[in-house]
Design a protein around this ligand. Structure first.
Ligand code: MN
Ligand code: MN
Length: 290
């Protein structure tokens, strides 16, 4: 159920309206990493979520994002307002002026219409949480860049508020993912091929005109991975030995979404035992508030 409370989550005040900046702000209103996208992504993920504790988290944050939409919309509206009557301001964006009457609408900073294709909703809780952490990181950096292009105190304060909330969300989604007690890269129910998964394929070789060459780092020589050279360079290439693990070989969590696919045997006995242990720990971590 949604219920509108008139009070804004953060009081928005603008000293001097800046229509050009108002247009930039629309990126966070109707843009790919904006507040509507965040609100819809988390709320719809919440509707799909079968784990009540993390559904609560998704609905809490999804709803907060709607409140952010109201704040950023109010701020953008204040900056766009001169477009209604001032010819010079109107020329900043004829679409906003002539079609939209100088108000906000669900477009980004260059007039692209908002679209549901911005949303990352997979129906797998762990995968969705990974997406949400990345979405919050993008929202954070967009707010930071907006802050960098205004001198207006009230605008800066509102944007600082919104930016900080995205960092809070990034932390909450990270904690929720960790609390599922899955190994860091465990996704779904089928384990990856053991040898192949540790192989980093050196697919960019040679040296550029600017001296760019191969580098080694923890991404190809650490974290359990090692570098494999291409056959073209006389290397061994990737280990392509066929490997067919059964569903249930990947470590799963009791909070995971129901697997998708024609699996009749459910989770293996080993997983069932693990879930019993995980459940006790997760119950402690996410207790019901009465
Ligand atoms: Mn937000
Ligand atoms: Mn957020």
């Amino acid at each position: 159920m949604y219920h509108h409370v008139k009070k804004l989550m953060f009081t928005v005040e603008v000293g001097e309206a800046d229509p050009q900046f108002g247009k930039m702000l629309l990126e966070q209103f109707g843009g790919a990493n904006g507040e509507l996208a965040a609100a819809m992504q988390y709320s719809v993920q919440g509707i799909n979520c079968e784990d009540p504790a993390r559904k609560d988290l998704l609905m809490d944050i999804g709803t907060e994002e709607l409140s952010h939409l109201e704040v950023i919309g109010t701020l953008a509206r204040m900056h766009l307002k001169p477009m209604k009557t001032n010819r010079e301001a109107a020329e900043v964006d004829p679409l906003i002026t002539i079609a939209g009457g100088g108000g906000v609408n669900l477009f980004d900073s260059i007039g692209n219409a908002w679209t549901a294709t911005y949303l990352k909703i997979t129906g797998d809780l762990a995968v969705d949480l990974h997406s949400n952490i990345a979405a919050e990181a993008r929202a954070k950096i967009v707010y930071e860049r907006l802050i960098g292009f205004t001198q207006d105190r009230g605008s800066k304060e509102a944007l600082q508020f919104l930016m900080s909330r995205e960092v809070t969300h990034m932390r909450a989604f990270t904690a929720a993912l960790e609390s599922m007690n899955k190994p860091q890269f465990a996704v779904g129910i089928i384990a990856p091929t053991p040898t192949l998964v540790d192989e980093f394929f050196n697919a960019s070789t040679g040296e550029s005109q600017y001296g760019e060459t191969d580098f080694n780092g923890p991404w190809n020589e650490g974290h359990g991975m090692h570098k494999v050279e291409s056959e073209i360079k006389g290397g061994k290439g990737l280990d392509t030995q066929p490997y067919m693990p059964k569903p249930g070989t990947e470590v799963t969590s009791p909070a995971d979404s129901t697997p998708v696919g024609q699996y009749t045997d459910g989770i293996s006995e080993k997983q069932a035992k693990l879930h019993e242990q995980q459940k006790a720990k997760m119950k402690e971590d996410a207790h019901v508030v009465v």
